[in-house]
Write a protein that binds this ligand. Structure first.
Ligand code: SF4
Ligand code: SF4
Length: 407
């Protein structure tokens, strides 16, 4: 028997029984109606690569590259197919054969570990956006020109670490300020990672660049030593940090991952200390809850968002079972057409629940947040909504907040 190309066990590949129950939960199937672009279709292709010698040509690459890696198919699957592992193995082999992650994506990902460069480049990008010099390909919102001061730790032996990351620290530092204010309101001190913890490697993993992701993971682990919990306010980064045990396969990495908490998970048991006076119903604002896939399908920490927002907001739930918004890490840049169709669907769902395009939407992932802002919705991170409602940070308005949403 010839060597099998993908690092997958027969057990992992045999669990799919082709029932099709996952199909309505797959955003690319919903917008394309093509079997090949469904979880079942992609699994069939992965099996053919593994067992039938199917070559990874342009067509096969497209089938896998158009997967958002939202993992909405996993909770929908009654057989427990580990879809995330299957697509990860396929992307690894595709990256090895240069069938995914084009040169410009690899170049961009390499820059993420150079945090200073990202901080210097962000205002330039922001000015370029305002002068219409940057292509609108990714459909993101306008970047901030001023980043404000870096997040300063409050202790050298902190109660918790606040993971700041790469893109989030450059593009949405104000959310870290809200998280810092809430951690302090809970009576805790916090530290921030050393320079070694500049990037978690989530986007590298998505692109199949496992070796780069492993190098970054080892570096991040050294940046937050000790046993204190690690609080993460980006759903994508949190999912990546929680997966280090699998990515590195060491007991140290497993122990590190066990220290990681999504910020809402961490805040939930501290809410009694944070909320000292109760807000009346009339003072609460309406907030549409949009669950990022890496919070809902991967971390399964989405309920905590509702718990922390309920004291300050009337929560409006969507009817789409957490269907992806199309942002998907770098997906909206790499697959802008499909991503745009997926986003249109999400925006329609949001407007169906709240026809006023100025109603606030809560989204706990920087990529989803900016991608939905790019469609003209008013979107904030849940910790910003909470910290602002409690008067812990100044209230901010987003420039694209005035009713330009798709309809
Ligand atoms: S990860 Fe998302 S896009 Fe990919 S097959 Fe599953 S549901 Fe579809
Ligand atoms: S992945 Fe799961 S839900 Fe989808 S076809 Fe296979 S067994 Fe059915």
């Amino acid at each position: 028997m010839s060597a099998r190309p993908l690092a997958l066990s027969d057990d992992e590949l045999s669990t799919c029984v082709s029932c099709g129950l996952c199909l309505p939960h797959c955003p690319t199937f919903r917008v394309s109606n093509e079997e090949a672009l469904s979880p079942r279709g992609r699994i069939a292709t992965i099996r053919a690569i593994q067992y039938e010698g199917l070559q990874i040509d342009e067509h096969v690459s497209e089938i896998q590259n158009t997967c958002v890696q939202c993992r909405g198919c996993e909770p929908a699957c009654p057989s427990g197919v580990p879809y995330g592992r299957l697509i990860e193995a396929a992307k690894n082999e595709m990256a090895r054969q240069r069938r995914t992650a084009p040169w410009w994506q690899r170049f961009g990902l390499r820059l993420l570990r150079h945090h200073r460069l990202l901080l210097i480049g962000t205002p330039l990008l922001a000015i370029g956006q305002r002068l219409h010099l940057i292509p609108k390909r990714a459909g993101l919102s306008t970047l901030p020109i001023r980043l404000g001061a870096p997040i300063a730790p409050t202790s050298t032996s902190p109660d918790v670490w606040l993971f700041t990351g790469c893109v989030m620290d450059a593009w949405q530092r104000s959310t870290h300020r809200s998280t810092a204010a809430l951690i302090q309101a809970a009576g805790c001190t916090f530290g921030v990672p050393s320079k070694a913890g500049a990037c978690c490697g989530a986007l590298h993993s998505h692109a199949g660049l496992t070796h780069e992701a492993q190098t970054l993971a080892r570096s991040v682990m050294t940046s937050m030593p000790g046993t204190a919990p690690i609080v993460v306010d980006s759903a994508g980064c949190g999912a990546a940090l929680k997966d280090y045990g699998h990515l590195l396969g060491t007991s140290e990495a497993v122990a590190f991952s066990e220290r990681v908490f999504d910020v809402h998970e961490w805040l939930e048991p501290h809410m009694n200390s944070i909320i000292t006076t109760h807000m009346s119903d009339t003072d609460k604002i309406d907030v549409v809850i949009q669950d990022p896939c890496h919070l809902r399908h991967v971390q399964k920490a989405h309920i905590a968002v509702r718990t922390i927002l309920a004291p300050v907001a009337h929560l409006i739930e969507l009817d789409d079972d957490g269907l992806c918004c199309g942002a998907g890490g770098a997906y909206s840049i790499v697959e802008p057409e499909l991503a745009g169709q997926i986003r249109e669907r999400k925006v329609r769902n949001i407007l169906m629940k709240s026809p006023d395009a100025n109603t606030l939407v809560a989204s706990a992932n920087p990529g989803c947040l900016m991608y939905l802002q790019g469609a003209g919705l008013v979107v904030k991170h849940p910790v910003d909504i909470l910290a602002e409602a409690l008067g812990l940070v100044p209230t901010t308005d987003h420039p694209q907040s005035k009713g330009t949403a798709l309809s």
